[in-house]
Design a protein around this ligand. Structure first.
Ligand SMILES: Cc1cc2nc3c(=O)[nH]c(=O)nc-3n(C[C@H](O)[C@H](O)[C@H](O)COP(=O)(O)OP(=O)(O)OC[C@H]3O[C@@H](n4cnc5c(N)ncnc54)[C@H](O)[C@@H]3O)c2cc1C
Length: 432
């Protein structure tokens, strides 16, 4: 549902396989070797410490370990995956509370799907105009995307439906969207796929045999040209982890909040980059019904209606599971409501979209990404004037401290995270 910069600009999709060095795949909890306690962390020095076990952090560690480097991954949550969060307990079918879709047939993540021997189903074609937008001139430096399209004379009915799964166009950098072909990415119909059995099926091929320390909240990163010392709060108390280098894959919301202290503070260019980037709000309200409510000939409702919600039917079996998706302004409005009111709001909108009453759900669930202190919002977007920020933040510091993930790529997809973890560590490895 979000921007895949890499494949949208017409460039070739990079190396054929990111996974060529990988042999086999894990089958346990993401296959990670999740070490207990903190004793094994003390008195050791790793080649690289990775902060965060989302898809970027796992890809980074995978690449390093496959190249013979020692790497430890410190993850604040009690699970891997970050914004890729499959709930297997809610219903008889796995429910995606975070990322749900693979966008397009060219995504790198198909490599992981194949390795996991997972099945996928095609969900729907993307929406929008069948031809690329005609924008005869370049955007201005600080111009927002809506102002740019207006100036280019593109009629509003042809504007890409970015706000459905993201922030409205007036919040986006026109330069960024233009440079990376995002106007067309959102406009041109595309195919989306869901991983049968849960999106998290793609994690074991990345995470197998990695040394991932769950429930280790990094609080401080002390860094210099000689290496890093991370201070983390683990299940057994405070630990210090030493490494020659560090890859930080924190989401932009966490970086902006200053939850992790950098000592010495990051240089101005990096701080400005963090300041200028932003994260969207997005949430899913998931309902389980004991009888069918969705029309049999539709998988998606509300896409074209600007109701603030898009409804997806995840399962036509008994039970029927329906997801109400909200992004941007509507997600923020919902986040301000108490949980009961939030679910009631989504249900009322579903009844309106169906044109008839809906029964009370037998179960419901959601995840509050804005209130989640290890995310502090959903995925990243690039506001007007911030088009240079990802590259600025991606510049390594003293050959020791590397940032990776959404804030350094400007991408906000699982595919982008997968490629970004590899790209950053390819660079680290090349630097010796
Ligand atoms: C609701 C929602 C729907 C989405 N839908 C899609 C979709 O359909 N398709 C798609 O491709 N993408 C989608 N995305 C975006 C996609 O999930 C992300 O772009 C991608 O997963 C980002 O991966 P990452 O590893 O860079 O960041 P994250 O997944 O955010 O990983 C960062 C990790 O850092 C950890 N962390 C935070 N603070 C600390 C700390 N102090 N110490 C240690 N660890 C810490 C976090 O717990 C997390 O595990 C969606 C995201 C959301 C939230």
């Amino acid at each position: 549902m979000t921007a895949d910069v890499r494949h949208s600009d017409g460039r070739a999709p990079g190396p054929l396989s990111r996974r060529s060095l990988l042999v086999g795949g894990g089958v346990l909890l993401g296959g990670a070797a999740v070490a207990g306690g903190t004793a094994a962390l003390r008195g050791r020095r790793w080649d690289v410490a990775v902060v965060g076990a989302g898809v970027t952090g796992l890809s980074a560690a995978r690449n390093l370990v496959d190249h013979g480097r020692s790497a430890v991954v410190l993850e604040a949550r009690d699970r891997i995956g970050g914004q890729l969060y499959t709930d297997h307990d809610f219903s008889s079918i796995p429910v995606e509370l975070g990322a749900g879709l693979i966008h397009g047939r060219e995504a790198y993540t198909w490599e992981l799907v194949r390795e996991a021997a997972a099945e996928t189903v095609r969900v729907r074609h993307g929406n929008g105009a069948p031809e690329p937008l005609d924008t005869p001139g370049p955007p201005r430096e600080d111009e927002d995307a809506a102002a740019y399209l207006r100036r280019m004379g593109v009629p509003e009915e042809r504007w890409p439906p970015v706000s459905i799964d993201n922030e409205p166009l007036h919040r986006w950098s026109a330069v960024w969207m233009s440079e990376y072909g995002l106007f067309d990415w959102w406009s041109v119909p595309r195919e989306n796929f869901r991983v049968v059995g849960g999106y998290d099926r793609i994690l074991p091929p990345l995470a197998h045999d990695l040394d991932v320390r769950l429930s280790h909240v990094v609080r401080r990163v002390r860094w210099s040209g000689r290496g890093v010392t991370l201070t983390a709060q683990g299940p057994d108390g405070t630990v210090e982890v030493r490494a020659d280098r560090c890859v930080v894959t924190l989401p932009i919301g966490v970086l902006k909040a200053g939850d992790v202290v950098f000592d010495p503070p990051l240089p101005t260019g990096h701080r400005d980059a963090v300041e200028s980037l932003d994260r969207t709000d997005a949430l899913k309200l998931v309902y389980e019904f004991d009888r069918p409510v969705f029309p049999t000939d539709e998988d998606v409702l509300g896409w074209d209606e600007d109701s603030g919600f898009v409804f997806w039917c995840l399962s036509r079996e008994d039970p029927e599971v329906v997801v109400a998706w909200a992004a941007g302004e509507n997600a923020r409005r919902l986040s301000d409501l108490d949980p009961d009111a939030r679910f009631a709001d989504g249900l009322a909108a579903l009844a309106e979209a169906l044109g008839e009453d809906v029964p009370e759900p037998v179960a419901r669930t959601t995840h509050d990404w804005a209130g989640d202190v290890f995310s502090r919002g959903a995925y990243l977007f690039v506001p007007p004037g911030a088009h240079d920020a990802p590259a600025a933040l991606g510049a390594p510091l003293e050959g020791v401290l590397y940032f990776a993930g959404e804030p350094t790529t400007g991408e906000n997809t699982v595919d982008g995270a997968y490629a970004g973890g590899y790209d950053t560590t390819d660079r680290l490895l090349a630097e010796g």
